[in-house]
Design a protein around this ligand. Structure first.
Ligand code: C2E
Ligand code: MG
Ligand code: MG
Ligand code: MG
Length: 290
């Protein structure tokens, strides 16, 4: 059985009869020039305080405007960037650009607005991330507390000692770290005890059946309790319905993000809506303020 599987594997590796999608190759080639050709752009999705429902920050989400193919979603090109190593220069650009825009917002809106940046494990391990972050903060005079890096649980699957060292350097800078897509990885919960993490973001798959399904609701409720016990912040992402929002607010969730309260939008649009105080679900803000 093993032998047969081995032979099949060899045939696939030899590349016979395995069509490589043309688009995929094309994307990989074109990605090399995406930064210099200014085809990359950050969109921003607002994050809201769970009690006041005021905007407190945004998650930066990378977009690639391909001249022929149009807008390419990150799920299609981030994996290519990781495989090719291009994630290092791309990731540097993302950190710098996010800091630039966040510094501008806070200055113009006259209140602190934070920004969260996704960093892939490959970038964390393949670059001097703390130096890149320190340089971007300095260049744009952004207070470190306004930047948060979103990493996934998979960082903790590898070398935990190295992960701890990297996160400790970021903590020294004053930059927060959030665990993205919390609860869907294969890592143990031990990393929450062993690593300096300030927030977890509940993966949106957990919210899908909240509040109508009792089991899902209890699980999310338990995550909120766990975060409180560990004294770390909790962000719910993928909040799409008023019922989900009500449930999370009742549970005491710290921060909310999702299509209900705001979709990812271009940086200029984000700034305009911030200045116009034009975010959130109609009627919700008023209800929460009273
Ligand atoms: P993520 O970090 O978990 O980002 C959340 C994704 O969920 C975003 O998709 C966002 O648009 C989407 N989303 C937000 N609210 C809702 C909602 O209410 N309902 C639904 N159905 N979806 C919602 P997006 O922008 O396509 O990004 C996908 C993934 O690509 C991100 O997942 C992140 O892992 C990765 N990514 C995005 N930008 C970057 C980046 O600059 N660097 C790296 N390394 N990865 C990035
Ligand atoms: Mg994220
Ligand atoms: Mg996520
Ligand atoms: Mg994700």
């Amino acid at each position: 059985q093993a032998k047969r599987a081995g032979r099949a594997q060899f045939r696939i590796d030899a590349g016979q009869d395995v069509p490589v999608p043309v688009d995929q190759l094309r994307l990989e080639v074109d990605l090399h020039h995406a930064i210099e050709r200014r085809e990359l752009e950050l969109f921003f999705q607002p994050q809201f305080d769970g009690r006041t429902l005021q905007v407190v920050g945004a998650e930066a989400l990378l977009r690639w405007r391909h001249p022929q193919l149009g807008m390419v979603p990150p799920d299609r090109f981030i994996p290519l960037a990781e495989e090719s190593g291009l994630i290092v220069p791309i990731g540097r650009w993302v950190i710098d650009e996010a800091c630039r825009q966040a510094a501008e917002w806070s200055a113009l809106a006259c209140r602190p607005i934070g920004v969260a940046v996704n960093v892939s494990v490959r970038q964390m391990l393949g670059d001097d991330i703390a130096s890149v972050v320190a340089q971007a903060l300095r260049r744009h005079a952004l207070p470190a507390q306004r930047l948060e890096l979103e990493i996934t649980e998979s960082l903790a699957v590898g070398d935990v000692a190295q992960a701890r060292l990297l996160l400790a350097r970021l903590a020294d800078l004053g930059v927060g770290v959030a665990i993205d897509d919390f609860g869907v990885g294969y890592s143990s919960l031990a990393y929450l005890r062993d690593l300096p993490v300030q927030r977890v973001k509940i993966d949106r798959s957990f919210l899908r059946q909240v509040p109508q399904d009792a089991g899902s609701s209890r699980l999310v409720g338990a995550m909120v309790s766990m975060a409180r016990a560990l004294e770390i912040g909790l962000v719910a992402e993928g909040v799409e319905t008023v019922e989900q929002l009500d449930f999370l607010c009742e549970q005491g969730c710290d921060a909310i993000q999702g299509y209900l309260l705001g979709r990812p939008i271009a940086g200029d649009d984000f700034l305009h809506r911030l200045m116009a105080d034009d975010f959130g679900h109609r009627g919700r803000n008023a209800a929460a303020k009273s």
